[in-house]
Design a protein around this ligand. Structure first.
Ligand code: SF4
Length: 69
């Protein structure tokens, strides 16, 4: 590996690391609008209890309301 290859590869690795860090930062701050592609009801989903998507939150709220009746 010569000097030019070293700087080229270092630059690529740096850009990838920065992009990965940015995605993790945005995901951690919940600024990425994740969407669910599941075509099933939330209650049948394995992620239901821990899912933070609005669809799951609404389903849990509805479930709690039905339980109170
Ligand atoms: S619980 Fe979350 S991941 Fe599962 S179907 Fe509902 S919204 Fe999608």
């Amino acid at each position: 590996m010569n000097r030019r290859d070293f700087f080229r590869k270092s630059g690529r690795i740096g850009i990838l690391a920065a992009m990965g860090g940015g995605v993790l930062l945005l995901a951690n701050q919940k600024q990425i609008d994740w969407k669910c592609d599941e075509n099933l009801s939330c209650r049948g989903c394995v992620e239901y209890a821990s899912c933070d998507l609005e669809q799951a939150k609404q389903s849990r709220t509805n479930e709690q309301r039905e339980a109170r009746k």
